[in-house]
Design a protein around this ligand. Sequence first.
Ligand SMILES: *Cc1c(COP(=O)(O)O)cnc(C)c1O
Length: 361
Amino acid sequence: MTPIYQTSTYAQAGPGEHQGHEYSRVSNPTRSALEGNLAALENAAHGIAFSSGVAGIDAILKGLRPGDHVVSMDDLYGGTYRLFTQVFEPFGIDFSFVDMTDVEAAARACTDDTKLMWVETPTNPLMRIADIAALSDVAHAHGADVVVDNTFASPYLQQPLDLGADLVLHSATKYLGGHSDLILGAVCTNDDDWAETLRFQVKSGGASPGPMDCFLTLRGTKTLHLRMERHCANAQHLADFLAEHPRVGRVRYPGRPDHPGHETAARQMTDFGGMISFELVEDDLDAAVAVLKGTEVFTLAESLGGVESLIEHPATMTHASVPPEQRRAIGLTDSLLRISVGVEEVDDLREDLARALATLD
Ligand SMILES: *Cc1c(COP(=O)(O)O)cnc(C)c1O
């Protein structure tokens, strides 16, 4: 097993005569092993690990300059939206938020200053599907690079670089780590210039992950395929159950044929993932809270992608930083609930949801 190199510095035989590592902000053997592993999983030449997913996003954005423009999905991880609008907009980066399920809309949003297209698919929390290959063509025609936040799919289900993207971002905190016991981010790319920029950002900005978290992520990746297969099978079963339930309104799961992105998902993913969002028939905050408080196997918590099932309320939790008007505009309703389906026995999960929904009777 890769050792945990719990060290900040490395003995040198003479000035500059080191064994490849000088100081752990810049590089560390445990981290290097993880970076090679993640690059291999994404069919990438380079993997760069960060202290969190948002630190990876931050490093990519620092590769831009004031006046540069980013076309971004309008339905984004809340922390990404906050970083874009509250940190980088004040520094003079411009953002357009568009519904990227509409490739034409994404094309219309591109300007001469567009340097990046920021794609999330499946999106968080609305589970929309964006066509990575079609969007990459549009971005490249405008001279822009494409970033895909691949956190929800994991490299086991979707490999964006093979579909034309230039950079892949991961919150390894989620499926890659897989056990809700670490915070870590990564960017993978085949672009040598981007890799150099990102390594420079880690060295200069210091968003380096510690060796213990790198070790745990490495260990997580060894069971990624087993976990993902169970996450997907459990989620498909629960999505079908929820869709038939009289208290449940719209179910958003790309594995269901009634999902508008089902065909695109079937083309670019090998399975449909472990995340489901659903609304209640009665779009009411109190009803949503009653369901959240009624589950026992599903734990009420933020985050996703761990072996244990979680339930949360995007409007007041993960996406509270998205302004109410913006939430309504994209269809993030008050009763929307998001579940991260774990790897437990599926009958226990289904009965737990049935029990929680029965509290509304
Ligand atoms: C969690 C998450 C992030 C941020 O990652 P951290 O590791 O929490 O910093 C980014 N994108 C998506 C889709 C996420 O779910």
